[in-house]
Design a protein around this ligand. Sequence first.
Ligand SMILES: Cc1cc2nc3c(=O)[nH]c(=O)nc-3n(C[C@H](O)[C@H](O)[C@H](O)COP(=O)(O)OP(=O)(O)OC[C@H]3O[C@@H](n4cnc5c(N)ncnc54)[C@H](O)[C@@H]3O)c2cc1C
Length: 513
Amino acid sequence: MTSTLETPAASPDASPDAREVRVAIIGSGFAGLGMAIALRRRGETDFVVLERAGDVGGTWRDNTYPGAACDVQSNLYSFSFAPNPRWGRSYSEQPEIQAYLRATADRFDVRRHCVFGADVTSARWDDAARRWHVTTTAGEFRARVLISAAGALADPARPDIPGLDTFAGTVMHSARWEHAHDLSGKRVAVIGTGASAIQVVPAIQPIVDSITVYQRTPAWVVPRTDHPVKPWTRRLYTYVPGLQRGIRAFLYLFREFLVIGLAKNRRFLRPVAKLARTHLHRQVRDPKLRKALTPDYTIGCKRILISNDYFPAVAAPNAELVTAGIAEVRPHSVVTRDGVERPTDTIVLATGFSVTDLPIAKRIRGREGRSLADVWSDGMVSNRSAAVAGFPNLFLLVGPNVGVGHTSMVYMIESQVAYVDDALRTMDAEGLDVLETTPAAQEAWRSLVAEKSKGTVWLAGGCASWYLDRHGHNTTLWPDFTFRFRRLTRKLDRENYVGVPAGAPASRPEVAA
Ligand SMILES: Cc1cc2nc3c(=O)[nH]c(=O)nc-3n(C[C@H](O)[C@H](O)[C@H](O)COP(=O)(O)OP(=O)(O)OC[C@H]3O[C@@H](n4cnc5c(N)ncnc54)[C@H](O)[C@@H]3O)c2cc1C
């Protein structure tokens, strides 16, 4: 950004000790780091990355449960500008992805912009000062632009089960694993059968005394084509980087084919469903267990999971799959609705995250002090998944309708980073103090997403998933090919924003819309 713009006077309620920065980014996962790196790469240094934890990494710093790994090949699940020729496996495990993120932060020298231990407790737009006042547990900041990259899967969801608080043993969420808690010889209950459960169950089943998996809805599971990467392949990737880029492109295109079935014509999902059924039949002999593990909704409606060891783990002699539904938790047991009480030492909550009610939304307040959560009380809305009317100079990364289940989130994140970066450069080029999207643009984006979502497997596949909000609207997923998202967000749609030049009186987008 240029430095020609004058800093308006602080409003009377601004803290005099607040640190002034051009850009404040919340979060240091793939999105926050990607944004910080984009700024650094074009010479911008006046920014901070506010991170509540003590290290970068986000998802990959927090999800350290046994078996944690990505389910998109690492050659694709990584930054396009920072390929890693040394991946040890085709689908890397958590420690390697976390190491990659740390190394990438160091390589692009963004760690010195990070303020760790800075939990953003509130961010408030000050119309007079044209600044965001950001309050954190590590001090106050005043920022011209606020970019929230606080993560959609960053805050564990705790299920509302009667008696859970009275449990005398250890209760831990998969995303907050307590490594000091020894599971060997324990009777363990795993609640949930989603993407985390499917990794954690086979990892702990061999060491526990018994494992009970409480399932509400079975998942569609296909084989995991994971393998170690041979040393000569790694050497090839190092000396012929084009090869790794080619493989990345192939993986990307291959995965985009799935969108034809997921979003356009469900007939194309039939071979995938057949593959999943064959996988289940091969791995589970017991017809009763097989039936309990067979989904009754269309494949793809919930995230398609990949595993070679989940079914064998659930079918193991020390494992039990329970579908009766949990009635209550008692101090030493879990009781299901059919009245059966199972003595339990440890409860693992593999119950996912707060997705459609993002906690950060309660903390960000725009014009007239309205929080994002208020504005989104009837469902998340935005212009191009990145900006919200009434929240000037705020950009969202991995906000509404950016999620993808079939491919790498990093592709979506890089699309968004380019869009936000273009917005920042536009502000500089035009000498704008304020850039705010219009309600009309937001409505147009909402209609586009709703139109694209019609007839997709996520809406019509017969399942209840976290992709949909309480009204049944798709507010989390991008319901089309990801290259279309990239095309739509390639550049700032300037016509959908009202800009206020430095020194000029404010003009409201409501007027301009
Ligand atoms: C177990 C697991 C496996 C996954 N596997 C895949 C996969 O294989 N492929 C894929 O595409 N996606 C996968 N995902 C999705 C994954 O979350 C995204 O790919 C990506 O890592 C998201 O990055 P992010 O930066 O948006 O969010 P995050 O990585 O969640 O980072 C958000 C950061 O913001 C910080 N933060 C939040 N609130 C505040 C606050 N108030 N103040 C300060 N800091 C704050 C958090 O501490 C965190 O560091 C997986 C998710 C999980 C949980």
